[in-house]
Design a protein around this ligand. Structure first.
Ligand code: RTP
Ligand code: MG
Length: 139
């Protein structure tokens, strides 16, 4: 995946609450082009792999349970400086610390259930996007 792309998930909490439309609206208003998208559900193995960097953390079990409890929206987004700009648009991991105007400020309820994921590097964006989408599904 090119360096002007990032990967996102609308997490199960936000999907359950009917916030898919509101979040996609903030994403497109923020200048991101959706180049791949689907509703899907992570298996326990998927979530353990996706968040392997946190496997030793005390919240890991809770995180895997949360991320697998219902459908997510997976998407690849395109914009100049996509990874960094999208992290700015989603806001801090803990919504109590998220800036006004960010997705997590508006839609997240706690540090655990924080509505949306954004890749943290170009390298991870490429890995995460390729996990969910074949080349012909990316536009
Ligand atoms: P994400 O990977 O989902 O985009 O979130 P992030 O970069 O902002 O935060 P990260 O440090 O990568 O943490 C991944 C996810 O783990 C959950 N978490 N829970 N209970 C806790 O203290 C805690 N800390 C992190 C959150 O769902 C966070 O998004
Ligand atoms: Mg992260």
């Amino acid at each position: 995946m090119a360096n002007n792309r990032t990967f996102t998930m609308i997490k199960p909490d936000a999907v359950e609450k009917g916030h898919i439309g509101g979040i996609l609206n903030m994403i497109t208003e923020g200048g991101f082009r959706i180049v791949a998208m689907k509703l899907t559900q992570l298996t326990v193995a998927d979530a353990q792999k996706f968040y392997a960097v946190h496997s030793e953390r005390p919240f890991f079990g809770e995180l895997v349970e949360f991320m697998t409890r219902g459908p997510i929206v997976a998407a690849i987004l395109e914009k100049d400086n996509a990874v960094e700009d999208f992290r700015a648009l989603i806001g801090a991991t803990n919504p109590a610390e998220a800036a006004e105007g960010t997705i997590r400020k508006k839609y997240a309820t706690s540090i655990g259930e924080n509505a949306v994921h954004g890749s943290d590097s170009d390298e991870n964006a490429a890995i995460e996007g390729a996990f969910h989408f074949a080349g012909r599904e990316q536009f």
